[in-house]
Design a binder for this molecule. Structure first.
Ligand SMILES: [Zn+2]
Length: 217
């Protein structure tokens, strides 16, 4: 399987992980930074290989084989991110791009040794669940901080790794995995939310509140 095929499958799978809507060929082209014609050609090829189904209206879905291969790549990506943070002193905003490259380069043996060395972690530095070697996904019942009501006490369990600058901002605000927050006041029309962390009040904008996933504690 080529690196490009692996990337397609992984992007399609991750697009569904937190939002229950199928990805269109057009959105896929945007995510991959490729032209629509390249994407539609590749989608056709992967469909012939039995990895994708191409639905009407341009939506793309994984077959069972496609899903298995995607989860294997997601496992690689997230274990490598964990390794970079735990062993090499990377910060959580630095690991994504590095893992994008390494995930295609290392062998299965390397990955299984790495998993053992890391103690078979269940989640990566952003709180994303790491699929097991058998392709099972640890469950994470989380919602976005932007959806939490006033007065709720929550724990941060996942932060979207899509924007490194946002991750750095959250670090400056003292927000990371397992941090406890009290939601004081939402101002949905102003696009802000006031929270307390360790007795300190913080104002978060909607983009930050949407990137932070929490559970009730
Ligand atoms: Zn991650």
């Amino acid at each position: 399987m080529t690196a490009s095929t692996q990337d397609y499958l992984k992007v399609i799978w991750t697009s569904r992980e937190w939002h229950d809507e199928p990805i269109s060929s057009r959105a896929l082209a945007q995510r991959l930074g490729q032209s629509p014609s390249t994407v539609s050609e590749t989608v056709k090829k992967l469909t012939q290989q039995g990895l994708l189904t191409h639905e009407r209206y341009g939506d793309v879905e994984l077959t069972e084989d496609g899903r298995r291969a995607a989860l294997a790549m997601v496992r690689r990506h997230r274990l490598i991110e964990t390794f970079l943070v735990d062993y090499l002193g990377y910060s959580w905003d630095e690991v994504h791009d590095e893992a994008e490259v390494l995930e295609h380069a290392v062998s299965d043996l390397f990955m299984s040794r790495l998993a053992v060395a890391l103690g078979d972690p269940q989640r990566d530095p952003h709180g994303d669940p790491i699929p097991t070697a058998e392709g099972r996904l640890p469950e994470l019942d989380a919602r976005q901080l932007s959806e939490v009501d006033d007065g709720e006490h929550v724990r941060v369990v996942r932060v979207s790794d899509a924007d490194p600058a946002l991750l750095r901002f959250l670090t400056e605000q003292g927000i990371g995995l397992d941090v406890l927050l009290d939601v004081n006041e939402r101002h949905p029309y102003a696009g802000t939310i006031k929270v307390t962390r360790d007795g300190e009040e913080l104002d978060l904008g909607l983009p930050a509140a949407e990137a932070i996933w929490v559970t009730t504690r």
